[in-house]
Design a protein around this ligand. Structure first.
Ligand code: GP9
Ligand code: MN
Length: 615
């Protein structure tokens, strides 16, 4: 018994054991933070072995510098875990190896980092420091790390890791976070490396016609020439204004008796306003919204879409418009390499690209010139564009209302209640109020120049601004105050879509369900222009029913149809269904599985097309 006690004791306080125990605790903390996973057995069998395998290799190969190498390994792991945790808090989904590759783009979250931290995060650095006294302790006791034991442990953990990875390959990868929770983070990365080398997530042989897709959405197909809206804006100039972080809930809303978007609200009277349209972007944020607008193909989801295309020309809105006599230009005041637009824009086929090289770096707010500089620049280009082309297409992507929404005081036009001042939501409202004013000015310019009556203008939001960790309890209370109900997923995901232009529309609000995928087909129908490739979306003026997929911001296989918002099971939560009118939870019906299957079929078709644009 004594012998056994001594043996157990010597194993427990063996240096190899101590550092493995520390690693195990660290991994439990990581899984708790990212997946809310408390099952120690699951962690021990699935998540721990591959990391422990790496640590054992470090000891094996480091030999004399073992303690320094362990320290570095631990430090690197802490940085990695913290990066994953912050990313997950902001985007509500885990990052993959390719997201970590592009950490240089982290200024997208830059000013928000402070808002993402939590008091206990520093504990991830605690064990790194702890290694130092532990190393000294064992050195003083002349207790060495055992290479022999590390060898055995490397074989043991390596074998368990291999088996769990092979098992992971047998599971369908529809939602990356859920997959990583069930099968392990490293295993999920291995499976992604494999699937990405062999095509996009859902890509497989799929051959749905436009008629088939309409049927899956619940509509009878009607040829576009028979739509009521067909050609009502034929031969007009086209202006598309994609507004940074613009959400639907701010329209027609007041705070302190002031409208948040007075110019857009007034414009609605001469527009058609679609008030039930959902964002569908993936990891590529703004650039994915640009992709959806210009191709009507789903974004990749877990990777910014621009990263999965080859950069060769793709069938697109600019190309189709150019074939119909339009000069096509795109304007965005950020660095062109952000979201690899130096690849995206040529692939989409814009003739003129204006970015931070051309748009003057004046009145900088956040990471670019204020939107008034952008709009003034566009106005200045118009005469030359109109001289060179009979019809023009201008794609204008705003920037100022970007997180963290901090505006210089003289541009804060709203007088907010005291408790809103300086809050995330308060700042958001100020920045939206600012861009509203700039859009108003730009429309006035078009009117003054006599262009408004000859133009079709589409204004929409790229994605939500209010989501994730920066939203505090206090912000939630302010949102409830504005909305008269707790902020919900529908408030978060719906973006305003406004079609306007002189004499075209009469102030109608249409509540057919739509997604960003529908913007391009709707616009082309108004212009009576056919696109020579398949579009996954449809004309919102025509079709009453819809079925939308969303991945990345919702777990894969989530869907939105006319009356349901279905959130598929995720790494943290079980599946949940909402009545999309009331946002009250509801029960699953026989129809639910059918809608999931139909959504996946539509997205599969889309992914098939996206894959053909790939490398
Ligand atoms: C970057 C700008 C903002 O160029 O469009 O991007 P976001 O962070 O919203 O994707
Ligand atoms: Mn954006």
């Amino acid at each position: 018994m004594k012998w056994l006690n001594r043996n157990v004791k010597s194993i427990l306080i063996h240096p190899n054991t101590i550092i493995l125990i520390l690693l195990f605790i660290k991994i439990i903390a990581f899984r708790l933070a990212v997946f809310h996973n408390k099952s120690v057995i699951h962690i021990a069998l699935i998540e721990f072995p591959l990391w422990a395998f790496m640590l054992s290799l470090v000891i094996l190969f480091a030999k004399k510098r073992a303690w320094t190498s362990i320290f570095l390994f631990n430090a690197l792991l802490s940085v990695l875990f913290i990066a994953i945790i912050y990313y997950t808090r902001y985007f509500s989904t885990i990052p993959s190896y390719y997201d970590l590759q592009q950490l240089y783009q982290s200024n997208s979250v830059g000013g928000t980092i402070g808002l993402l931290s939590k008091p206990y995060d520093f504990l991830f650095l605690f064990d790194v420091l702890l290694i130092i006294p532990i190393a000294f302790y064992f050195k003083s006791k002349k207790a060495k790390l055992s290479v022999q034991l590390s060898k055995r442990l490397a074989v043991l953990f390596g074998c368990i890791g291999l088996v769990t990875t092979l098992l992971a390959f047998r599971q369908p990868l529809i939602d990356v976070s859920y997959f990583a929770k069930e099968n392990g983070y490293l295993q999920s990365q291995a499976v992604q490396v494999f699937t990405r080398s062999f095509g996009t997530a859902l890509a497989s042989d799929s051959n749905l016609s436009e008629q088939d897709i309409e049927k899956l959405k619940g509509n009878d197909y009607v040829p576009s020439t028979e739509h009521k809206s067909y050609g009502i804006a034929k031969d007009r100039h086209v202006f598309v204004i994609q507004v940074e972080s613009l959400q639907g809930f701010v329209l027609n809303k007041k705070v302190n008796n002031q409208e948040i978007t007075p110019y857009l609200n007034a414009l609605l009277k001469e527009s058609t306003y679609f008030d039930n349209v959902y964002q569908q972007i993936g990891a590529g944020n703004t650039s994915d919204a640009e992709w959806l607008m210009h191709t009507s193909i789903y974004p990749e989801g877990m990777d910014p879409t621009v990263n999965v295309i080859s950069g060769e020309p793709v069938p697109s809105l600019p190309r189709t418009l150019q074939e119909h006599g339009y000069g096509t230009a795109t304007y965005h005041a950020d660095d062109i390499t952000y979201w690899s637009r130096e690849k995206l824009y040529p692939a989409l086929g814009f003739e003129y690209t204006y970015t931070d090289q051309e748009i003057p770096a004046e009145q900088e707010i956040g990471f670019g010139p204020a939107d008034e500089v952008l709009f003034n620049f566009v106005s200045d280009q118009l005469p030359a564009q109109l001289k060179a082309h009979e019809k023009i297409y201008a794609n204008i992507v705003t920037l100022t209302s970007h997180t963290p929404f901090e505006m210089p005081e003289h541009l804060e036009y709203l007088s907010l209640p005291e408790n809103y001042e300086g809050t995330y939501v308060g700042n958001y409202l100020q920045s939206v109020r600012y861009v509203d004013e700039q859009i108003g000015e730009f429309i006035e310019t078009l009117k003054k120049e006599g262009l408004y009556d000859d133009s079709l203008i589409l204004i929409y939001g790229d994605h939500s601004g209010i989501h994730g960790a920066p939203v505090t309890k206090n912000d939630e209370a302010i949102l409830s105050d504005i909305l008269d109900h707790p902020y919900n997923l529908q408030d978060r995901f719906t973006i305003p879509v406004i079609f306007t232009g002189g004499g075209l529309f009469t102030g109608e609000t249409i509540s057919h369900l739509g997604g960003q995928i529908d913007l391009m087909p709707t616009l082309l129908n108004l212009l009576s222009i056919e696109h020579n490739a398949q579009m996954i979306g449809h004309n919102l003026f025509q079709y009453k029913h819809n079925l939308l997929g969303m991945r990345y911001h919702l777990p894969g296989s989530s869907f939105i149809n006319d009356n349901t918002l279905y959130v598929a099971p995720s790494a943290k939560l079980p599946a949940i269904l909402y009545n999309s009118k009331t946002m009250k939870e509801k029960n699953r019906t026989n129809q639910t599985q059918q809608s999931i299957d139909n959504t996946l079929k539509i997205m599969q078709q889309s992914d098939q097309i996206l894959k053909s644009y790939g490398k």
